[in-house]
Design a protein around this ligand. Structure first.
Ligand code: UDP
Ligand code: MG
Length: 308
């Protein structure tokens, strides 16, 4: 019998875990597969770890990796993908925003020969206007900036065949935007649409800072265009200030009304200074990331593996 693994990153989801376990097992028990559920506890500071070890005691198909601290959603997913066994691996959130009832559709498409089945959120029932607008704008931007195509409303709810998981495991970069990485893998890809219901319990674990960081990771990992922009903007400014120089020389040498002209000076200094800072900022962003990658630190540390 074919075996599938469900990978679930967990960060402070104590009130969702039992419900998630109930709903996913209800769905999978009707499917003709062996399965395991691999929870990755991303350094939760609530009762999640305790509940996970209880679940693992009660149900031998459940196992849990406890990370040594909070590493973030993408690293928790990475840990799960690294350790999950099976002919296919499905990653999904533990807050029931990725409905377990959609899983059979992913499995059907996999059976039809697709090696990756991605999903697209049609809408998120409880997302605010701010999140919707920024998310839509962001996907537009990243698709303009980079060569890989990333589906708007993409999520980390997806199925990967063993062959795709093993390919993915060779990508060891630190700044991870998994949906971008997956779309660079290639393979035969199918897509399923779903509507994300509100969280079952608790609140979103992504604050503005985490979202911004994730967004920047996505852009810098897949595009060098901002670096080039800095260069072009610098070029345009350089040319403008050359023009300005011509004007200054002309006024000084060929007219008698050499106005003090402090306005022009101040404006051009401010303008050039600003542009330079932008350029340096962009450089810094990339250099910082080179530094992070070059250290080759482990992506995450596992403190315990719980399995009956
Ligand atoms: N998550 C995680 N580590 C984090 C933040 C979130 O493992 O640092 C998990 C979280 O428990 C959930 C999933 O990632 O299973 C998605 O997080 P969340 O629902 O908060 O994100 P949203 O749906 O609001 O985008
Ligand atoms: Mg969620």
């Amino acid at each position: 019998m074919k075996k599938i693994a469900i990978v679930v990153p967990v960060y402070n989801e104590q009130d969702n875990l039992r419900e998630f376990h109930k709903r996913i097992t209800e769905v999978l028990d009707k499917e003709p597969y062996d399965y395991s559920i691999v929870f990755v506890n991303d350094g939760s500071n609530d009762n999640s770890a305790v509940i996970l070890s209880e679940l693992a005691q009660e149900d031998q198909r459940v196992e849990a990796y406890l990370l040594s601290r909070n590493y973030g959603h993408q690293m928790a997913l990475t840990c799960g993908l690294d350790h999950a066994e099976g002919d296919a691996v499905i990653t999904m959130d533990g807050d029931l925003q990725h409905p377990p009832e959609v899983v059979p559709q992913l499995l059907r498409l996999w059976e039809e020969g697709n090696e990756i089945v991605i999903t697209k959120r049609l809408s998120t029932e409880d997302a605010g206007v701010f999140k919707k607008v920024t998310s839509a704008g962001y996907y537009k931007l990243i698709n303009i900036l980079s060569k890989v195509e990333i589906t708007p409303g993409g999520s980390d709810f997806r199925l990967m065949d063993r062959i795709a998981v093993d390919a993915f495991k060779q990508y060891r970069e630190r700044a991870r935007f998994i949906r971008g990485l997956v779309s660079t893998l290639g393979f035969k890809v199918a897509k399923v649409d779903f509507v994300a219901p509100p969280r079952f319990a608790g609140t979103s674990k992504f604050n503005l800072r985490k979202m911004l960081h994730f967004a920047l990771d996505g852009i810098t990992a897949f595009s060098n265009l901002p670096l080039r922009w800095a260069f072009y903007i610098g070029l345009v400014c350089g040319l403008c200030s050359l023009g300005l120089l011509g004007h200054v020389v002309y006024v000084r040498c060929f007219t008698s009304d050499a106005v003090p002209g402090w306005a022009t000076t101040t404006v051009s200094i401010l303008f050039l200074g600003g542009i330079q800072l932008v350029g340096i900022g962009i450089l810094g962003e990339y250099i910082g990331r080179i530094f992070e990658e070059i250290k080759h630190r482990p992506l995450y540390l596992v403190s315990r593996h719980i399995k009956k």
